[in-house]
Design a protein around this ligand. Structure first.
Ligand code: G6P
Ligand code: MN
Length: 441
């Protein structure tokens, strides 16, 4: 019997890369039916029609359909790949501008941009998972929706028994860059990592002989031999944001050389350096809308109008392969190692056992079994504890609608300097998100 996959948020600009990997690897996934589901009729029509043509013309046997009807989409589903964005990039850019005008980080997963996005996304995702429980309770949900750190905290709290894995492609992307630096195959290198999503560190990088390469990387960075890990043949090479980010990540390692940092720590450890570059009149959200969004939907329109997808190619990258690799590991019970977000339950021995953390895990048909980290040092633990308290209070605020809790959450975000700014940004974000946040009282 074949597997039915559903893309939840199928009309998203993040879909094409996943769709391409699903097409290429349909056989090994026993993928026979694919549904693009979205609440946005126009976008799901465009990407859905495009995908149908693209798959068919390349000889795919997969039955492709698209719909805005959730019951129809979820019936008999085996896997749901979820990546939704209530308010689209338009709302992302509004949040970024409010934050930046007030002199604080507005990034959509870090700082108060992340807070606002969480307030929009948590109620929407809870509704979707309720539907999964009702319509296709046996299905696995692989979630890419951001802000993954806060959302995973909400998901595992509200649905402790649900078959959900919360994932992010940033650790594997950085690991790929590190492996490349050492001229190794990614699969031959074993990484030890701990933290929260977009807030973690690598402690060891073992090669196939068990030699730890982290001290080598440290030496190369401290001696000035390298100042970035991004290489000219990588996917992100043309995007100035990622060029800058990979440099900043190495620069952070130089200043905190104990462990290698996840790049998103740039917003917490060097917010002043980030704010110098961030333009409150043209943000990352604007960039994505004018770039990726426009390119993708224009291409769908062109192909549909031409009546053929023969001059169109989708690009399969890390993002698409990572989620498909995880589905593959579940289907074939491979027990391979992936980094995921799950409840700690002792993996980090000196951290809240009920908190969701990001660590490597072995994945098979029963889900993910996290790998023991042991004790973590005071510096990282202190940062993580404050961040986790912020994440938990954000979930509380999203679920209860308590203004006071929202304010407390905001004050715990390290990017917020004081009460005056914290409250002002919170109030402005609330005002701008009336259609999305639960009313606060
Ligand atoms: C990485 C992160 C994602 C994030 C994306 C940014 O893949 O892991 O969490 O969404 O980068 O994408 P964008 O191009 O929309 O800024
Ligand atoms: Mn991510």
């Amino acid at each position: 019997m074949g597997n039915k996959f559903v893309m939840v948020g199928g009309g998203s600009t993040q879909s094409p890369g996943i769709l391409e990997v699903l097409r290429q690897r349909a056989e090994e996934l026993s993928l026979t039916e694919l549904v693009l589901y979205d609440v946005d009729q126009e976008r799901v029509d465009l990407l859905g029609e495009y995908t149908k043509m693209y798959y068919a013309e390349l000889g795919s046997k997969v039955k492709v359909s698209f719909t805005t009807n959730i019951d129809e989409a979820f019936t008999d589903a085996d896997f749901l790949f979820m990546q939704i964005r209530p308010g689209l990039n338009k709302q992302r850019a509004i949040d970024e501008k409010i934050c930046l005008r007030n002199g604080v980080i507005g990034q959509e997963t870090c700082g108060l941009g992340g807070f606002s996005f969480a307030m929009r996304v948590i109620p929407a995702v809870i509704e979707i998972i309720e539907k999964v429980k009702e319509i296709c309770p046996k299905a696995w949900i692989l979630n890419y929706t951001n802000p993954e750190a806060i959302l995973s905290e909400a998901i595992y709290r509200v649905f402790p028994d649900a078959k959900v894995l919360c994932i992010c492609d940033m650790p594997i992307s950085i690991e790929g860059a590190i492996a490349k630096y050492f001229n190794k195959n990614l699969r031959d290198v074993t990484f030890k990592y701990f933290g929260l999503n977009h807030f973690g560190w690598w402690t060891n990088i073992y090669d196939e002989n068990g030699q730890d390469l982290l001290p080598v990387l440290r030496k190369d960075v401290l001696s000035g031999k390298i100042d970035t890990l991004l290489q000219s043949n990588e996917e992100t090479k043309e995007d100035q944001y990622w060029i800058d980010t990979y440099r900043q990540m190495v620069s952070l390692f130089k200043r905190f050389p104990e462990y290698f940092p996840n790049c998103y720590l740039q917003y917490y450890l060097t917010p002043d350096e980030m704010l110098v570059h961030d333009d409150p009149t043209f943000t990352r959200g604007d960039y994505v809308m004018q770039g990726r969004e426009k390119r993708i939907y224009d291409e769908c329109r062109r192909v549909i109008a031409a009546g053929t997808a023969k001059n169109s190619t989708l690009h399969a990258g890390v993002h698409g392969n990572y989620i498909v690799d995880i589905a593959h590991a579940i289907i074939h019970n491979t027990r391979e190692r992936f980094t995921v977000n799950k409840k700690n339950h002792g993996a980090i021995s000196n951290f809240d056992p009920e908190a969701v953390i990001e660590v490597p895990a072995y994945i098979g048909s029963m889900g993910a079994e996290t790998i023991n980290v042991g004790e973590i040092p005071t510096f990282q633990k202190g940062l993580m504890e404050m961040q986790k308290a912020y994440e938990k209070l954000t979930v509380d605020a999203a679920l209860t609608g308590s203004y006071q809790t929202a304010l407390e959450a905001v004050m715990l975000n390290k990017t917020v300097p004081n009460y005056t700014i914290g409250k002002k940004v919170l109030d402005e974000l609330y005002e701008a998100n009336q259609n999305y946040w639960k009313p606060l009282a």
